[in-house]
Every structure is written in structure tokens, then in C-alpha cells.
Design a binder for this molecule. Structure first.
Ligand code: SF4
Length: 346
């Protein structure tokens, strides 16, 4: 990722100038008292120099602390249907144009989904994320979800987030009725850049699904992927679109460029790039859950703990088709920071 944007703004200097830590604190104070950052200011946050990263994270931590204290929410992903998607999302190893050797199976039977719920519960997860690779759920998949969700919720103290692709209004209403708390549907990038990463559906299609989720009375979970060749302006645009949609939860991924996908070999991200992006999202979306998601082990590496100064959530365990670090490493990291795992919303 190139960080060469010269942003116009009144509060923060450009990346080439020495930045005074007080500017970040002033911005945080504005946010803490109910104000907002502008798009230009958000762009400047993404242009913060590496030397000024700690003051930026400190200012972001003040915002995080107001809304989430030192708590960390854990999410558990279950890939309930893998590798059979007709869409062409360029980052995805399960797309129709990917040649990555991922497992291919139709929606899993009840026992496997319940076994995974048990693992999620024992992992200390707050939320069980039920994911299928699909343009949208077919009737068989809808029925499977409608059957399993009440059973999981009656047995375990888990919220359910369903990630099933594009949804019709009727499907969203059915998901709400069976007990789904939240639906994940990522915007992934900006509206402007969307056609560069997917041609089989549009950004507007994704926004429409989020609005149906909201109208059906479920929480919206939506985030994106950094490192797909987008401009810094695209990242800012996505952050503001998510804010304006009112999403409750924002998973921020860092591209794990998988061989066999069109974005193979594409992710040029430093740990500092990832931290700047996380901090900017915290300033723009101060009270939303911000989850450090896929790619954190690869791109943040030894700086993962710093991410939690602005983010308040992690996936624990593996991702959809790639390995995450061992859960014990996450528990140790959280404990070493003096933070604590929580199952509440704040
Ligand atoms: S719709 Fe989902 S599963 Fe299908 S290619 Fe896109 S990201 Fe992958």
C-alpha cells in the first residue's frame, strides 16, 4: 500500500510534516464530546507517519475506552458451506474464478454445526458466525439455518450472526424470526472501487441487503478488506458509508492474498498501515464494534496487541479457508495487555 496522499485539512498536518501528538488528542476530544471527524481528517489519519503512530493509537484508545473500556469481544467463524460460490469476488478463495485448493462441501449437517457451536461457546466467544459461500441462500440453506439457530441459542449463550450472501426482504424477515441476531454482509471497499474487485454483483446490491437486514430488525455487521490495491480515499469512503448505514459491528480484514485468486501476491501492507486503518475506523465510528479480522497474523504480526488499543474485538480460531493463530495466543495477548474477554456489548 502506498501512503502518499496529501490530504487537505485544518487539524492535522500532512504525512511529510512532523505531527504534534496534541492534534490527535484534540480530535479525540472532539469525538468524545459527540463531534465527528471530516473525511479529510480521516484521510490524514491514514497518512500519519510511522513515528507518530503511538500518539495516534493513544488518542484512539481514549475513544475505545469510553465505549468499550478494556473489554475484548471474541467471535467464532464457522464455514458452513465452502467453495461453491458462483460469484467472482477477486479476493476470495471460494469464488468461481479461484483455483485455490479449498474444501468444497454443501451446507453441513446439524451435528457438525452443533459441534462447532460447542467449540465457540468453550472458546469464550460472544458470537457464533454462521457463514456460507453463496450469492445468496437457497431454500434448503434457509431451512437449515432456521432449524439450527433456535437449537444453538437454546443450548448455548451465543449470539448468532449469519453471513449468507445477498438476501431478499422475505429472507431477512425469516432470519429475524428464527432468532438470528445479526447479519454480516461486508461492503469490502468503496463504491468507486467495487467493480475492480467483483463483477457479478454490485456495491448497491450489498447496500440493499444491509438495508433489508436493518428493516427486518437485525443488527448489521459489515466491514471490509484493506490491501486490495485501493486508494486511501477508498478506505475512508468505506468507513463513512458504514457509519452512515448505522452498522453495529465492523470487521476489518487485511488481505491474505491467496494463490489462485486474482489478487494473488497483491497485499503490500505494513503493520503500521493496518494500525493506521484501525485507528481511522475508530475515530470515524467511535461507538461501533471494531474487529481485527482476517490477515491480522500475517500483516500486523508482532504488533497485533497494538491493534487492540483501538479495536475491541477479534475472531478466535480459524478463518473461513485459512488458519488463525492458536486461541491460547489470543487469550495470552489479551491478558498480558490487562484487557479482558467479555460477552456483553460494552
Ligand atoms: S460472495 Fe462470498 S463466498 Fe462468494 S465469492 Fe464473494 S466473498 Fe466469496
Amino acid at each position: 500500500m502506498t501512503l502518499n496522499v496529501q490530504a487537505e485539512n485544518d487539524v492535522l498536518p500532512s504525512k511529510t510534516e512532523k505531527q504534534e501528538p496534541i492534534a490527535f488528542d484534540q480530535l479525540a476530544s472532539r469525538v468524545l464530546s459527540g463531534g465527528e471527524v471530516t473525511r479529510d481528517e480521516a484521510l490524514s489519519l491514514l497518512s500519519t507517519s510511522d513515528d507518530d503512530l503511538l500518539p495516534l493509537l493513544h488518542a484512539g484508545f481514549r475513544i475505545r475506552q469510553q465505549h468499550f473500556g478494556k473489554t475484548v469481544q471474541l467471535y467464532f467463524l464457522m464455514n458452513a458451506k465452502s467453495g461453491l460460490c458462483p460469484e467472482d469476488c477477486h479476493y476470495c478463495s471460494q469464488s468461481k474464478i479461484s483455483t485455490a485448493p479449498v474444501p468444497k462441501y454443501n451446507i453441513l449437517k446439524r451435528d457438525k454445526l452443533m459441534d462447532a457451536a460447542k467449540v465457540a461457546s468453550e472458546s469464550g466467544a460472544k458470537t457464533y458466525c454462521l457463514v456460507i459461500s453463496a450469492r445468496g441462500p437457497n431454500e434448503r440453506e434457509m431451512k437449515a439455518v432456521e432449524e439450527i439457530v433456535p437449537e444453538i441459542k437454546s443450548k448455548y449463550n451465543l449470539d448468532i450472526c449469519a453471513c449468507l450472501g445477498l438476501l431478499s426482504e422475505e429472507q431477512a424477515v425469516r432470519l429475524k424470526a428464527c432468532g438470528v441476531d445479526r447479519v454480516n454482509h461486508n461492503l469490502n471497499t468503496s463504491e468507486e472501487y467495487y467493480a475492480d474487485i467483483c463483477t457479478t454483483h454490485t456495491y448497491a446490491d450489498r447496500v440493499d441487503t444491509l438495508k433489508r437486514v436493518r428493516d427486518a430488525g437485525m443488527e448489521m455487521c459489515s466491514g471490509g478488506i484493506i490491501g486490495m490495491g485501493e486508494r486511501l480515499e477508498d478506505i475512508v469512503s468505506m468507513a463513512f458509508d458504514l457509519k452512515e448505514l448505522g452498522v453495529k459491528s465492523i470487521p476489518l480484514n487485511f488481505l491474505n492474498s491467496i494463490d489462485g485468486t486474482p489478487l494473488e501476491g497483491n497485499a503490500d501492507l505494513s503493520p503500521q498501515d493496518c494500525l493506521r486503518a484501525l485507528a481511522m475506523f475508530r475515530f470515524v465510528n467511535p461507538d461501533r464494534e471494531l474487529r481485527i479480522s482476517g490477515g491480522r497474523e500475517i500483516h500486523l504480526r508482532s504488533l497485533q496487541p497494538l491493534g487492540l488499543y483501538v479495536a475491541n474485538s477479534l475472531f478466535v480460531g480459524d478463518y473461513l479457508t485459512t488458519k488463525g493463530q492458536a486461541p491460547q495466543q489470543d487469550y495470552d495477548m489479551i491478558r498480558d495487555m490487562g484487557f479482558e474477554v467479555t460477552q456483553s456489548n460494552c
